[in-house]
Write a new protein. Structure first.
Length: 392
């Protein structure tokens, strides 16, 4: 039996998912095709500014709401005033710097692999490794208790991720045999980025949970560090050259560029908020959940799979399995098989509720019996057996 469990508090994760999907998979493809402008390099400067603006806007909103209404309606972060940060200022700033580096590293990776030696589908499937790395980090850093459905999900995801990577290696050897060193090296550079990105998510979670830092303050500080890194990267990268390739109407370009930028601001805000109120594992689910559908679209609209049907089917099967068990891990899908449901939050809550109801019924039964005994003791009726003869 399979049970799908959707909770009311998933609204933030849903908004993040929709904005990220539209921004990366629609506008990210639409803008280069319509305008001739590739936002890859300009994002090196744009992304840090978006982090600074997004973090500042929400941080000021929280301050204003607390000052006027004593509470915030959205993006609520609750801390106990008596809680003391685990680390000193220097360590916290150092952790923010590393979080910014792991986040900024992706632009260097994308700039490096921009030669199309590895395909979009190859890069996209590697996002699944985040749930494995984030879980390992959380076990040791946050004392995350891994349960039976977590273990089974991670084992199956690991097996199918290994199969997926092996399939990609065979594909690279078969189609790129003349330049095999370049795509293989780029492939594992991209893999290393998603491992580092998991550290970024876990550092942000650590700073909020153990040092009680406001996540939007962290986002602003990350943006500042990333902007400094962007200035240093200008030595090798020329981010403004793509503006010379604009082929569409200027008004259309400005409109699409503004929409793209605003969506990225929203994505960055919801990314860090979802990361701290849920978990790095739940947030990373958004990155690979829609992979099966993206691959189908990519197979029929581009040469991503070189129209190799066998390769496409293998990747599609592995991506479906990994997305499914990512939902099982995060308890959005509950499997009633081999006891995988026993340690999920819903089943634990149901058992606790049933136990409480049973104890409540027992107490009620005892009280009712005591009331009957009291009624008997208080009764003024005298029962006499003088008129009855008893014999054997």
């Amino acid at each position: 039996m399979i049970k799908i469990k959707l909770r009311k508090n998933l609204i933030y994760l849903l908004i993040y998912f929709i904005c990220a999907f539209v921004d990366y998979n629609i506008l990210g493809v639409l803008i280069p095709n319509i305008t001739g402008f590739n936002p890859l390099y300009i994002n090196i400067f744009l992304y840090p500014l978006e982090n600074i603006i997004g973090g500042l806007v929400v941080f000021l909103y929280q301050k204003y709401s607390i000052r006027k209404k004593k509470k915030t309606q959205y993006f609520v972060i609750k801390f106990n005033k008596n809680e003391v940060a685990r680390d000193g200022k220097f360590k916290k700033i150092l952790l923010v710097f590393f979080a910014a580096y792991f986040n900024f590293y992706r632009f260097l990776v994308f700039a490096f692999i921009n030669g199309n030696y590895i395909t979009f589908s190859m890069d996209q499937k590697l996002t699944t490794i985040q749930i494995i790395i984030s879980t390992i980090i959380c076990i040791y850093a946050f004392e995350f208790k891994i349960k039976k459905h977590h273990k089974v999900s991670l084992i199956i995801i690991s097996i199918f991720l290994f199969l997926s990577i092996s399939t990609d290696m065979i594909y690279i050897i078969y189609y790129k045999y003349k330049l095999i060193k370049v795509p293989v090296f780029q492939y594992f550079i991209a893999l290393f980025f998603y491992i580092g990105y998991s550290f970024n998510n876990c550092i942000e979670k650590y700073l909020v949970d153990y040092n009680y830092m406001n996540p939007f303050l962290i986002l602003m500080l990350e943006g500042i560090f990333e902007f400094i890194m962007a200035l240093l990267s200008c030595i090798q990268i020329k981010p403004f050259d793509p503006f010379q390739n604009i082929t569409c109407n200027l008004a259309l370009f400005i409109f699409l560029f503004i929409v793209y930028t605003l969506l990225q601001v929203i994505v960055n805000i919801y990314r860090i908020y979802c990361n701290v109120i849920y978990s790095p594992m739940a947030r990373s689910l958004v990155d690979y959940l829609m992979n099966p559908f993206i691959y189908i679209f990519s197979f029929f609209t581009s040469s991503d799979f070189s129209h190799n049907f066998v390769y496409f089917i293998l990747i599609e099967i592995t991506s479906i399995v990994m997305s499914f068990f990512g939902c099982v891990f995060n308890e959005y899908i509950i499997l009633y098989y081999c006891g995988l449901e026993l340690e999920t939050q819903d089943e634990i809550a149901d058992r606790a509720k049933n136990q409480f109801q049973k104890e409540l019924n027992d107490i009620s039964t005892i009280n009712n019996n005591n009331e009957i005994d009291d009624d008997i003791r208080k009764s003024s009726t005298i029962i006499s057996y003088d008129d009855y003869g008893l014999g054997i």
